[in-house]
Design a protein around this ligand. Sequence first.
Ligand SMILES: C[S@@+](CC[C@H](N)C(=O)[O-])C[C@H]1O[C@@H](n2cnc3c(N)ncnc32)[C@H](O)[C@@H]1O
Length: 813
Amino acid sequence: MAKSKRGKRAGERKHRSRDTNDDRTGYAEIERENANFRAYYVAQGIIPDENDFQRFWASLKEVLPTTWRFTGSKGHAVTVRNTLLNRHIPVLTNTTFEGAAIPAPTPLPWYPDQLAWQLTVGKQVIRRSPPFKQLQAFLVSETSSGNISRQEAVSMIPPLLMDVESHHTVLDMCAAPGSKTAQLIEAIHAGEEERVAEASKRLNTGDEAAEVAGRTAAEAALGRSTGIVIANDADYKRSHLLIHQTKRLNTPNFIVTNYDATLYPSLRLPSTPARQEYLKFDRVLCDVPCSGDGTVRKNPMIWKDWSAANGNGLWSTQTRILVRGLQLLKVGGRLVYSTCSLNPVENEAVVHAAIERCGGPDAVEVVDVSDRLPGLVRREGMTTWKVMDRDGTWFERWEDVREKGEPYTDRLTKGMFPPEEKEGELAGMLKRAVRVYPHLQDTGGFFIMVLRKKGQIKAAPEGEVARTGARGLKAVKAENGDVAMADAAEGEEEAGKSTNGKRALSADVEEADVDPGSPTKRQKLEPESDGGEAPTAAPEPTPDGAKEEQDDSKEGQEERKELIHKKPRGNFNEEPFKYLPATHAVLDAIKKFYALSAHFPMANFLVRNAEGIPVRTIYYTSSLARAILTENEGRGVRFVHCGVKMFNRQEVQDPEACPWRIQNEGLSIVEGWVGERRVVRLKKRETLRWLMKELFPRVEDCGEIKEQVERVGAGCCVLRVDVEDEEEEAKGVEVGRLVVPLWKSRWTLNLMLPKEERRAMLLRLFDDTEGPLDSTKEQREADARARKAAEAEAQAGQDGGDGAAPAEEEEEE
Ligand SMILES: C[S@@+](CC[C@H](N)C(=O)[O-])C[C@H]1O[C@@H](n2cnc3c(N)ncnc32)[C@H](O)[C@@H]1O
């Protein structure tokens, strides 16, 4: 039995050989071996059993399976997943290629609801086997419409261990490109569809008494999530990747910032005159920059570039990010620290040092997650390891480094070493880490540790100077094509600079004086240790540091003055976020036209210009996002993004039509609150197919919805699709419940869907591989004739023509 399993596996491998799978230019030539890399991990004893190590080492040379997640709200993700399950999997099962059995995709056993999958066949098979080709077309189409996200399996683990709830404040400190951020956003919105449906039924039937007592935020009464995800990245350009990655999630509970996470500022919240409140987080993710050697299967360049110095050089930044994360965490809150590195110096050593700096196990504990994610094969954390200097000298204890003196004391630091008490509480806690090795279940390598803050912390200064900083930081390709930063020239930096000064990697640091309670000021207060003395405790930044905000010295007053009307400095070019008054005339007109429910929070709309004028686009944010943006306005905070496009201005000639059309992005937020008079209901599958297929279908051909669209009149309305087709559903093709903005011109209709989404839906729901039809010439001519007739009518003193239908695809701002 075991033999036949191995045989099959070998067959699979045959199809995943580098020749067929690895098409990336030049990668095939890279030698997949590095004696130093191997010797390092043998010496570290990360996998003590020799045979096990051999398997581990061999697996690093294998090409990684393709893995993906179904994304978006759970209901939607499940609908798209069902197409894979019901339409593709039956055909793919028992497929052969050149006489060998080809494995169908399988769900990752530990990922909830079968929403993450892996495929182990090579590209050649995919290209040449018809069922796999069809699968590929499905994956490509759903990826381009944002329903599928390609993500490394192991990279999906950290957000699952964060236990995010809908009211949580969540900080993702090193977030770009944002695959984990997307999972955190999904977690914030989990269960929302059901809650909103229930609230909408309750409030729209006038049962206002049923508004939940004690829940003050407008969202809570509407069933919407009240939490927020703040995603941050030090790299300004990469912070924009976060906007792209999360675009299809259309969340108003989301802010992107651009800071060096070691210096992340305390953000203000609405306060009383007596006390300034600051934002603290229920959940923090520190998915820190790392050497990335766990991603070597995907990034073969690591075979060439690997060096122990990479890991040593990152220890200081990683530790400082983690300490800052713990400071920003609420007491009782949960922080996940993760890397795609196998190196204990970047993993257990960082957590160990950070916990010690924050007051030890009494203040911060490691959470035992061994019973979580059943099906995920893992190994426990390490409690002993050694540190290797870049010249190859190994050290078992910090004392040995001190004995040898320079240059080692310049390059290594005490915090890189394991706990002295091997049986102590901290060492015991380090075992609770989750180490995932590539050979355990055919993945990349990953490290995860879940921490809980037990009480207020006062972070001690860095006890030892990590003198491994470098002037230049070399980019190392890491997971998701991330650029992880590793030291290029370890030890080149002057002694001491990397502790209190900023590393080359740091974001524009000028903004650190945004908040008197920011870590920069704190660090200025921290005396530089000579490497052996007991560190003096430095207070945790605000809110405990709110006292500093009350500093009435001349210096303090000057500092506060400076904060007013400050602009973020450096390469930062973002328009301001200006909220519209709820009574703004434009909002009033919108409210009337769409007959918006009185419950909809009209105070949460913003525009992106300094004057606060609705020119082209109106965005919507959650109430908490509004509180954060407005409280920190003028403080120079580097906010990069917030808000979902809700209304776009459209030129219309019909005076009855509102020029502000609902955007597809914002529709799911507002649709439940749009009055019946601007709603059209569709029940037949064929009507939907036709509306998707035709770019400009004529009103007179609308069949079941003709009367309704004539009734709503010109402008934007909400199309509610609720198709019941048992026959198709039995074949696994669920339409589900859909809501789409529909533009009604005088003679034609236009479904306001982005092109890729329209294509993906045509393929998924109707097996249509051609995509939408441009309106036929005939139809254009008919439209032109109709327009002419309308003009003639207008001239004759009757109604004017209608505005041009908006383009099919939403334009970018
Ligand atoms: C491992 S990647 C993060 C991957 C991301 N969490 C995901 O799942 O898509 C590390 C990120 O940290 C950023 N980074 C590096 N140094 C940083 C710092 N000091 N503060 C904040 N971000 C930093 C890098 O630009 C990079 O995008």
